[in-house]
Design a protein around this ligand. Structure first.
Ligand SMILES: Nc1nc2c(ncn2[C@@H]2O[C@H](COP(=O)(O)OP(=O)(O)OP(=O)(O)O)[C@@H](O)[C@H]2O)c(=O)[nH]1
Ligand SMILES: Nc1ncnc2c1ncn2[C@@H]1O[C@H](COP(=O)(O)OP(=O)(O)OP(=O)(O)O)[C@@H](O)[C@H]1O
Length: 727
């Protein structure tokens, strides 16, 4: 469980300071430049308008080794298309929670990371480029014209010249370490390292960056020690190089978004690989950097994560443009697809990226704000819920609520300003803690939270309640060793505060149908504010987090999930909890030894004796979710395991006409496309997250040729039949 991170640990938190660094960088340029312009119409300016968005939108989604470079250099603009203003909306901090564990003090010291004692500024860092001497000079802005792709693909000197002109002297393009798009990157003789190591001296002596960028790094380092990690520092400089000159719609440097995304990841305790990938998350879509370059420079771990985020961005963009997420079934399939197609850590990075974009949504036009807020509520907040990162889920939901229902948001927040009283929770927690000590009742975790604004709003709507009728706005949760201790603790709670009649629920003696067990009571706490107290053993808690009764399933209501979905989400949750220091530390790691937070068995097979298995041998028989594009419409389709392209075509009623070996067009342009490549083999098995275009892109040139050919056939046919008529 991810009770958020304003945690009162006995050990110091990894973040030195949780508030954003005050360095304000608002005056670097105007806000008229927007990233991620529409996909290029590079094929032909007169390409059928019905086909253009599909071609461009998908062009960089897929990356078989042979097309990887082409993909990354196609500027498909897969990012969020959000150039939001960068300020932190403190209003979102309405939701917070507290957690104290007397057993947790060891965990952070055990997990301490290797750190370089070398400050990045100890090396001879030079600041070249236009802004020498001025700490506030704006970074250069590159007018990113997608027609450049043609030059890039052609690897001619024009492109190189353009880059040199645009970037000035910042980069050493002749250095083999700088990937020229379409050129050096494709060198397949690259040696790939699994464990990435590098020498700080070698790599940073040539680094030159603007003063604002140094401030950004310093700010991040002040907030989290992980920003001193060699890999992370290197990723910062590469991100700086890649995004140099790019601005957000707010006028802030693009790099700031990368840093804030990485800081969010650091805040939940993500490791250096994830934080580095967070810094680089937009480089494939929005810069000249290629997969191969990232692979060479950072190793396969970081490269695959960045690529995973890029794919998720592309799919998210597609879904947004097609309003797919508003259809419940499709939204559900998208949640599953997102988790199944990429490493759960890539989803984590995407969530951090989206959270920062939502925090800075104000700089976008109203219509875009609405579109992003809707998609976030339908796709990303549920994903955060599934992954158990409740602090992000709550922030995302609250931000969406503010943009989508501003009046209700305002009304509710003004009412709650006084009631969301953190001091009250702290004081109640301390009181109970003392009472447990006095009663010699040992416990594992005592945590507290207040309910988020959006969760209160939903509960009011769902249960038709007024705010005063909601009794769990403030809550404590106590996790103990055994059932006996649970009942003893319940008596202590009732001795401390008056019980609210009719609110005691003994789900230990009478578990819920899904197996959920816990004692619940509501008492009148400090200042006679209702306080819900949940009391359970650690086994019950694990079941409430990862088992049948897991909180994400409880929150998704009556949805019937397949065994595959359940296992996949569970696996993703384990991975995330296990890998993110802070999430694990909050609750799970402190209630058992380190192994207890490791996934119990390798995915996707759970062993027979695994308490978390839903089917004994699920193997690879789970469903596959595939995106189908037809006539510019996107749908998310579910297929059984081992389905092929032919199955998909049959479902669309296309198999007979298109796939008859004689009838099938020899012209590649007319074939369906799988992940942006013409389909050559109809028996190819479909994979999770595949994108199939049934309406292939037909450049005008070919259309004209075909029209002419059909006309000739028609003319021949009519001549023949008229001849025949005379015979
Ligand atoms: N993980 C998990 N938590 C549950 C489940 N059921 C209830 N809870 C938790 O217990 C809290 C209260 O549940 P109940 O005591 O059954 O209350 P209720 O009747 O549903 O409604 P209220 O009393 O209005 O909250 C919820 O807010 C959840 O935090 C479950 O199946 N799984
Ligand atoms: N009394 C409590 N003490 C500590 N954490 C709690 C308590 N009740 C819920 N939580 C946790 O707080 C997070 C947010 O839950 P949220 O308030 O949205 O829903 P809920 O209270 O569990 O369910 P519902 O809204 O149906 O009552 C979840 O991680 C949940 O497990």
């Amino acid at each position: 469980m991810a009770v958020p991170t304003i945690a009162l640990y006995a050990s110091p938190p990894s973040s030195v300071c949780s508030t954003p660094h005050p360095c304000s960088i608002n005056s670097y340029g105007s806000s008229d430049y927007e990233l991620n312009p529409r996909p290029p119409s590079s094929t032909s300016s007169s390409t059928s308008s019905a086909q253009k968005p599909i071609v461009g939108g998908l062009s960089c989604l897929f990356s078989s080794p042979s097309v990887r470079h082409a993909s990354s250099s196609s500027f498909s603009g897969g990012g969020d298309d959000l150039g939001g203003a960068l300020w932190h909306d403190r209003g979102e901090e309405l939701s917070s929670s507290f957690c104290y564990s007397p057993y947790s003090s060891l965990s952070s010291s055990l997990k301490c990371r290797d750190q370089s004692p070398v400050s990045v500024f100890q090396g001879p860092v030079s600041c070249s480029s236009g802004g020498v001497g001025s700490s506030r000079s704006p970074p250069m802005r590159i007018a990113r014209d997608r027609s450049l792709d043609l030059h890039r693909a052609g690897r001619d000197g024009l492109f190189n010249g353009f880059v040199r002109n645009a970037l000035g002297s910042c980069l050493d393009y002749d250095s083999p370490s700088f990937p020229m798009p379409g050129g050096l990157d494709e060198d397949s003789s690259v040696t790939v390292v699994d464990e990435f190591t590098f020498n700080m001296e070698d790599n940073f002596t040539e680094v030159s960056c603007e003063p604002y960028a140094k401030e950004l790094l310093l700010g991040a380092q002040l907030r989290h020690k992980i920003f001193y990690d060699d890999l992370v520092v290197k990723a910062f400089y590469e991100a700086e190089k890649a995004h140099r000159g790019q601005m957000r719609a707010s006028g802030d440097p693009y790099l700031q978004h990368c840093v804030e995304t990485a800081v969010l990841l650091a805040t939940i305790g993500a490791n250096s690989t994830v934080v580095a990938a967070g810094l680089l998350h937009d480089t494939l879509d929005d810069s000249f950097m290629s997969y191969d370059y990232i692979l060479r420079t950072f190793g396969v771990g970081v490269a695959d994560l960045v690529e995973g985020v890029s794919k998720l961005s592309q799919l998210s963009k597609l879904a947004r443009e097609n309003n797919t997420a508003s259809k419940t079934i499709e939204a559900d399939r998208l949640h599953t697809m997102f988790l199944a197609m990429a490493d759960a850590r890539a989803v984590l990075i995407k969530l951090a990226d989206r959270l920062h974009n939502m925090i800075t949504l104000g700089a976008l036009p109203f219509s875009k704000q609405q579109r992003f807020a809707k998609e976030t509520l339908e796709i990303f907040a549920p994903l955060a819920n599934r992954l158990g990162i409740s602090s992000w889920k709550e922030q995302l939901e609250n931000l969406c609520f503010k943009h989508l229902n501003p009046d209700q948001h305002k009304e509710l927040s003004s009412k709650l300003v006084k009631s969301l009283d953190d001091a009250m929770i702290t004081s109640a927690r301390e009181k109970l803690e003392q009472a447990l000590k006095d009663g010699a009742v040992p416990y594992h975790v005592l945590s507290g939270r207040h309910k988020s604004l959006y969760s209160i709003y939903c509960k009011m709507l769902k249960k038709k309640l007024t705010m005063d009728e909601i009794h769990d706005i403030h809550g404590l949760r106590l996790i103990l060793e055994n059932e006996e201790d649970c009942y003893t603790a319940l008596r202590i709670v009732h001795d401390l505060w008056p019980q609210v009649p009719g609110k005691l629920k003994d789900y230990i003696a009478n578990p819920k149908f899904n197996g959920y067990q816990s004692l619940h009571t509501v008492v009148m706490g400090e200042d006679m504010v209702p306080l819900e107290v949940q009391i359970r053993t650690k086994e019950m808690h694990l079941q409430a987090e990862f088992g049948f009764a897991s909180h994400w399933r409880y929150k998704e209501g009556d949805c019937k999930h397949s065994a595959f979905v359940l296992q996949m989400v569970e696996w993703a949750r384990w991975v995330i909890t296990w890998q993110c220091e802070t999430l694990g530390k909050d609750q799970t790691s402190s209630i058992g030894n380190a192994n207890s937070i490791r996934p119990p068995c390798p995915f996707p097979c759970h062993s027979n004796d695994c308490p978390y298995s839903y089917t004994p041998h699920c193997g690879e028989d789970g469903p596959i979710f595939v995106i189908m594009m037809e006539n510019e419409k996107m749908s998310v389709q579910e297929f059984p395991a081992n389905s092929t392209v032919m199955d998909l075509l049959e479902r669309g009623g296309r198999a007979s006409s298109q796939w008859n070996p004689y009838g099938f067009s020899v012209k590649e342009e007319l074939r369906p496309r799988l992940n942006n490549e013409p389909v050559n083999d109809a028996t190819r098995k479909l994979k999770m997250g595949d994108v199939v275009e049934l309406t292939p892109a037909i450049p005008d040139k070919y259309l004209t040729e075909y029209r002419e050919e059909i006309q000739r056939m028609y003319d021949r046919g009519s001549t023949m039949s008229s001849r025949g008529a005379f015979r």
